[in-house]
Design a protein around this ligand. Structure first.
Ligand SMILES: C[S@@+](CC[C@H](N)C(=O)[O-])C[C@H]1O[C@@H](n2cnc3c(N)ncnc32)[C@H](O)[C@@H]1O
Length: 234
């Protein structure tokens, strides 16, 4: 079960069934943020999960940049998040959060003083994600390629973690290089750029800006997904 341990499953069950548990935990703990209601609904309500998939497919038919017919599986998301140390306050940026399949579990794990910036080019997805009530979350409707100006406007000097699922395959080689370079310039030493895609294409581009690049594969996804973890140092 890995990072998504039995204890965590039990905590979720308690949280959903007994709202008082949710609030007493938050009152007693300084490190455990309130779970966003949106997340709880989406994770546990099968109808909502199915609606998310329908929403995703509809968006794909309208916007080619959505670039996938279905959102990423929960198993893949858990594998990606296992590469992040959530014990510290972090600034996390996500390129292309879509329906929030990765963003919401990140928010669930982040400390209260952390920040999460979602940069989404699809207006509909951005509007949906803004409905999540969480003071740590900022949703920017825009292009990931403007990462440096977006962080500057938000008064953030750098990011610790950048997660990306945007379709780099649609970019020209020059555009891929430019975004990897810009991302490397805003990531703190010790931070990571986590890229997941249906192809390992970005591994070589990442290696041009990051000395450490690790490649793994998540078969529990349709189709299977390559996860690339790029770091300046550990
Ligand atoms: C393959 S989907 C992944 C969605 C979600 N993160 C997931 O894992 O299911 C790619 C997402 O990136 C967004 N996107 C594509 N190009 C983008 C860009 N240049 N800047 C920001 N978002 C972009 C799309 O609108 C879409 O939401």
């Amino acid at each position: 079960m890995g990072i998504f341990s039995l204890a965590e499953e039990v905590r979720f069950e308690l949280t959903i069934r007994f709202p008082v548990y949710r609030f007493s935990r938050a009152a007693l703990s300084t490190t455990q943020p309130l779970l966003p209601f949106h997340y709880i609904r989406h994770r546990y309500n099968r109808v909502n999960v199915a609606m998310n998939q329908v929403h995703f497919l509809k968006s794909f038919l309208k916007d080619r940049n959505v670039a996938a017919v279905a959102e990423t599986s929960r198993a893949t998301v858990r594998k990606i998040l296992s590469k992040i140390d959530f014990s510290k306050d972090l600034t996390v940026v996500e390129y292309g959060p879509g329906t929030g399949v990765c963003s919401l579990p990140v928010l669930e794990r982040l400390s209260p003083n952390s920040r999460f910036i979602g940069i989404e080019s699809n207006a509909d997805f951005a509007r949906q994600l803004r409905k999540v009530e969480d003071p740590r979350l900022t949703v920017v409707e825009g292009d990931a390629r403007d990462i440096d100006t977006i962080l500057k406007k938000l008064g953030l000097p750098a990011a610790d973690i950048v997660i990306s699922s945007i379709p780099f395959t649609f970019f020209s080689p020059a555009m891929r290089r430019d975004l990897v370079c810009r991302t490397a310039s805003v990531i703190n030493p010790g931070g990571a750029f986590l890229v997941y895609q249906y192809s390992p294409l970005m591994k070589g581009y990442l290696a041009e800006s990051f000395p450490i690049v690790r490649l793994s594969f998540s078969p529990l996804n349709i189709p299977g997904v390559f996860i690339m973890e790029a770091r300046k140092s550990f």
